[in-house]
Write a protein that binds this ligand. Structure first.
Ligand code: MG
Ligand code: MG
Length: 259
């Protein structure tokens, strides 16, 4: 049996999640050819602390950054460093915050300058897969309903769905039960109670589903070095309709201005 959050806890998780969305929007302003990934990390770190919160990833399992910054063939857990973003890159920014002990956790993959059409499609379709998964976060549904919604949409494009990394419950711990794979069978797995809070996060590769880990112990890359996209929203399971706690509003405002 999965344990739901109280209404009070959901409101704190909403605050934390909304700050993640705002932080992603702030970082989005600086994503352009020539910027160093460690600069993006510093901007996020300051922004989160200025809003009275704690960066959720900094020091988590020893992770050195406040953001995971994953460029091109890096799927997730990229470490911010001296790397400079180039025209045609994609960059996945995963951000975590802690407010009153509760985690916000969301991610967005951005284009840097002009990107190839097939990569543009990968980003668009990964985001669509996320929404298809998220809308299944309704009380009485099961883990497999989200998994199936993502898989059945994505596989028609021949993309690789990462198996080893999955969505998760969230609360006072960043990773709580249940695990939410991005592949699976409808109607299987644990049943969602009203008030469960989870992160849905498809990680989708243009090529093979296979991944490898770098010797730094963090960076996860695609085995064929083709690009990978990652979108993540934190949501509360509700009786009639999912309650999305994170918002991409600030990100979309910045992207609309740029285009
Ligand atoms: Mg995340
Ligand atoms: Mg997550």
């Amino acid at each position: 049996m999965l344990k739901p959050k109280s209404e009070e806890e959901i409101e704190v998780l909403r605050k934390s999640s909304l700050l993640v969305g705002k932080t992603l929007g702030e970082v989005a302003k600086y994503i352009e050819p020539g910027v160093q990934t460690k600069k993006l990390d510093r901007i996020a770190d300051e922004f989160i602390r200025d809003h009275g919160a704690v960066p959720g990833f900094k020091g988590y399992g020893g992770f050195p950054g406040s953001l995971c910054i994953s460029v091109n063939d890096t799927v997730v857990h990229g470490i911010p460093d001296e790397r400079v973003l180039k025209d045609g890159d994609i960059v996945s920014i995963d951000c975590g915050t802690i407010i009153e002990g509760y985690y916000g956790d969301s991610a967005y993959t951005f284009a840097v300058g002009e990107i190839a059409e097939e990569v543009q499609k990968l980003l668009y379709r990964t985001q669509q897969a996320l929404y298809r998964g998220v809308e299944k976060a309704v009380a009485g549904n099961r883990v497999g309903d989200i998994s199936h919604a993502v898989q059945s949409y994505i596989e028609q494009f021949g993309y690789g769905i990462v198996r080893e990394l999955v969505g998760h419950g969230v609360g006072k711990q960043m990773h709580e039960k249940p695990e939410i794979p991005n592949y699976g069978r409808q109607g299987t797995g644990a049943k969602f109670p009203d008030g469960l809070v989870i992160c849905v996060e498809p990680m989708i590769n243009l090529g093979t589903k296979d991944i490898m880990q770098e010797s730094d112990g963090w960076t996860i890359r695609t085995a064929d070095h083709k690009p990978s996209a990652h979108y993540e929203l934190e949501v509360a399971v509700r009786k009639e309709k999912v309650d999305v706690l994170t918002s991409y509003k600030e990100v979309e405002e910045v992207l609309n201005k740029k285009n």
